[in-house]
Design a protein around this ligand. Structure first.
Ligand code: IMP
Length: 179
């Protein structure tokens, strides 16, 4: 698998350091509240696990699944809800955890879906932000790293559902897409 990686964009150490910082920030901002972390599958899984452990306050978790990407690296633009949350989010402080904001379409759909449940508050925390690709006006309240317009894999992020188990964020060699 490593032979298919052109470069490491964000190392495992840098990811973990930034997640600890974000966790302390969230713990400060949500002190005395019991937020619900809502993760958007599947790309968020590693970030989700690390992020909730890095935030040392009383919280609950839930997961939803939406899908916009078919195979390949370009968004189809069509978002489908594949799995809904199971907790009642009415009156709750919701923190949406996302792996990456690219065009912003997935996040816009997610936020509209969750806001319809009337949470007390809703904030967005994304590991990665690719602002160059945004097509809808949406931004995160907490951002791990702002990255250039490159397709990245690892730490939960995939290409054709592979590479999610890499512990760092990397860029694939061009020939991998050409196969
Ligand atoms: P958006 O709707 O265009 O913002 O795309 C969001 C979703 O597309 C993310 O949750 C990822 O699953 C996927 N995605 C966007 N950019 C990348 C990337 O560079 N690598 C892997 N997946 C990506």
């Amino acid at each position: 698998m490593m032979q298919e990686i052109e470069k490491v964009l964000i190392s495992e150490e840098a990811l973990q350091k930034r997640i600890q910082e974000l966790g302390m920030e969230l713990a400060r901002d949500y002190e005395g509240k019991t937020p619900v972390f809502v993760g958007v599958l599947k790309g968020v899984i590693l970030f989700f696990g690390d992020m909730i452990r890095a935030t040392p306050i009383r919280s609950q978790i839930d997961l939803m699944a939406v899908s916009s990407y078919g195979a390949g690296t370009e968004s189809s633009g069509k978002i489908v809800l594949k799995k809904d949350v199971s907790l009642n989010l009415e009156g709750r402080h919701v923190i949406v955890l996302e792996d990456i904001i690219d065009t912003g379409l997935t996040l816009k759909f997610t936020v509209e879906h969750l806001k319809a449940m009337h949470p007390a508050s809703l904030k967005i925390c994304t590991l990665l932000d690719k602002p160059a690709r945004r097509t809808v006006d949406i931004s995160a309240d907490y951002v791990g790293f702002t990255i250039p317009n490159e397709f990245v894999v690892g730490y939960g992020l995939d290409y054709n559902d592979y590479y999610r188990n890499l512990p760092f964020i990397g860029v694939l060699k061009p020939e991998v897409y050409e196969k």
